[in-house]
Design a protein. Structure first.
Length: 331
């Protein structure tokens, strides 16, 4: 099984989150052709995960990553060194490397399996559904672009919506109104000045103001304003949530719309390590075994117009995945 050819084949199937059906069907057919016991795991609205195991063998190590991509769709191309296109490194090249690794490991009699899920780029719905039916595996090797370095931890995420309300008035008479935008800006300034947690092993928690919206027209005092913020977590979030709510009190209301926990991860000796500053499906696959996070490609080019994966790293990942699985199975 050629991981380069499979990567290009998968990249050329559009699978933006919510539209993973075609790529899921392609993977299901490919895994059946290779002789796996493949299953479509229903998720929602004709979306499904793909689970592949070996007949009469419960998997002890499961390789997993996601089938969905961010928009827009970008078809594949390649040169001597790289494969380009949407999902090439995040995470269709990883899918190909994991299948190639399993093909080698099954010949050695290793009890391995594969799980490819939907929705990681949006809400991890596929992983959450999969976690309701774990196969009893001891280890989960999750694939994300880490440049073939093994992650010691993955930062979590806390998404916050700030909403400020005011009173409309003619902008020539601001004293008759109450600007929601002024309130929101003051609340954001408080949050920007707030000291954030630091994990000595992982680094600092960071905050990004992602969107700002509000008001009705330049000559109207704004009666509403909203901002969306994202904190990258390096530990538990409860104290941070309390600090955010206290900081904006009297100016805006803080609603915590999404939380993905920070997780520490298992490592394997002999592989260079890193900290994943991004989130993954791992927190939602807690019943699939002790997690390991590693994969070819760089997160710095994921989600960009020129997303690519190195052919050299793709082949190296197959060797790494095999070696990690052997060490885990022997532990």
């Amino acid at each position: 099984m050629d991981p380069i050819k499979l990567t290009r084949r998968l990249v050329d199937i559009e699978s933006i989150s919510g539209n993973e059906g075609a790529v899921g069907a392609e993977l299901y057919e490919e895994l059946c052709r290779l002789g796996y016991s493949a299953h479509k795991m229903p998720v929602a609205h004709e979306r499904f995960n793909v689970l592949a195991t070996l007949d009469d063998t419960l998997p002890q190590v499961v390789f997993s990553t996601h089938m969905d991509t961010v928009p827009p769709f970008i078809p594949s191309s390649e040169d001597n060194d790289n494969i380009y296109g949407r999902g090439s490194c995040d995470a269709k090249g990883i899918i190909a490397a994991q299948i190639a690794a399993c093909e080698r490991l099954r010949k050695e009699g290793a009890a391995v399996g594969l799980l490819f899920v939907v929705g990681e780029e949006r809400d991890s719905l596929g992983a959450k559904v999969a976690n309701e039916s774990p196969p009893g595996s001891r280890f989960l090797i999750n694939g994300e672009p880490t440049e073939n370095k093994i992650a010691v931890a993955s930062k979590g995420a806390l998404r916050v919506q700030l909403t400020a309300t005011g009173k409309m008035a003619h902008s020539a008479y601001p004293e008759l109104g109450e600007s929601a935008i002024d309130k929101l800006l003051a609340a954001l300034e408080r949050l920007r000045g707030m000291e954030l947690p630091v994990n000595p092993e992982i680094g600092p928690c960071t905050m990004n103001i992602g969107t700002l919206e509000g008001g009705r027209a330049p000559n109207v005092i704004a009666d509403h304003a909203r901002a969306h913020l994202l904190y990258r977590l390096v530990g538990p979030a409860e104290e941070l949530r309390n600090q955010i709510a206290a900081a904006v009190a009297g100016l805006a209301e803080a609603e915590f719309v999404l939380e993905i926990p920070f997780v520490k991860l298992r490592t394997v000796p002999g592989i260079e390590s890193m900290v994943a500053k991004f989130t993954t499906d791992i927190p939602w696959l807690s019943r699939w075994g002790a997690p390991v996070l590693i994969g070819p490609g760089s997160i710095h080019v994921a989600h960009t117009e020129r997303e690519f994966i190195s052919k050299k790293q793709l082949h190296e990942a197959v060797e790494l995945y095999c070696g990690i699985a052997r060490q885990l199975l022997g532990s």
